[in-house]
Design a protein around this ligand. Structure first.
Ligand code: FMN
Length: 217
């Protein structure tokens, strides 16, 4: 029988897949990020753009969930969600947030900190338009993060909306759209042997300049 604690105590990996130096990283963290993202997709990871987004609520309680990175634009990383969700309420109270990528095949982690802004409406409209019909309808039906009393009610309402929009253009609901996290800091982590991991941090020094530093593992 699976014994969680025995397994957790003994499971170990010695990281050997790569290295990262101040001399070899790219000057711009966005370029470095895109290079690693591309390699993560190349390993066959279909979830390479899945990122853990952490926000903090009005009571200083942090919360995390996975969202999908959909674009690198407007000076940051964009994702789409419901503007009435828990995360949206957190962002309204405190626009500071962090994003985390973990790419196990490459033994890599990227941590990003910054402030979140609402994406321009046109950008959300264009992205919404590109989504499959069922996803568009789903955005109308789900009151994301609210308590659902009856699954049957949600399914009925989805069926109803499917019929309502059959053969028609589905408009973007005002409560659904994008955000952009504009980074102030990036940290690129590459697993190394004997736990002497590489950690290279970029801190924003000005609009165009980033300070690059190595951190202790
Ligand atoms: C792989 C994966 C991708 C997801 N992508 C998104 C996304 O892009 N947008 C989104 O709103 N929720 C996404 N979710 C669901 C969120 O993790 C979360 O359940 C939802 O957004 C509600 O979060 P909240 O209550 O903190 O607002 C995804 C979940 C997983 C596991």
């Amino acid at each position: 029988m699976f014994n969680a604690n025995n397994t957790l105590k003994t499971v170990r990996t010695d990281y050997q897949k790569g290295f990262l130096t101040e001399e070899t990283v790219l000057e711009n963290p966005f370029h470095q990020f895109e290079a690693w993202l591309s390699e993560a997709f190349d390993t066959g990871n279909d979830y390479a753009n899945a990122m853990v987004l952490s926000t903090v609520d009005a009571h200083q309680m942090p919360d995390s969930r996975v969202v999908l990175l959909r674009n690198i634009s407007y000076g940051g990383l964009t994702f789409y969600t419901n503007y009435k969700s828990k995360k949206a309420s957190d962002i309204k109270t405190n626009h500071n947030a962090s994003i985390l990528f973990f790419w196990p095949d490459m033994e890599r982690q990227v941590r990003i900190e910054g402030a979140i802004e609402v994406l321009p409406v046109k950008e959300s409209d264009d992205y919404f338009e590109s989504r499959p019909f069922e996803s568009k309808v789903g955005a109308w039906v789900s009151h994301q993060s609210q308590v659902l009393k009856s699954l049957a009610d949600l399914e009925t309402s989805y069926e109803h909306e499917l019929q309502k929009y059959a053969g028609k253009k589905v408009p973007r609901p005002a409560h659904w759209g994008g955000y952009v996290l504009v980074p102030q800091k990036f940290e690129f982590w590459q697993g190394r042997a004997s736990r002497l991991h590489d950690r290279i941090q970029y801190r924003k020094a000005s609009e165009t300049k980033w300070t690059i530093e190595r951190l202790m593992p």
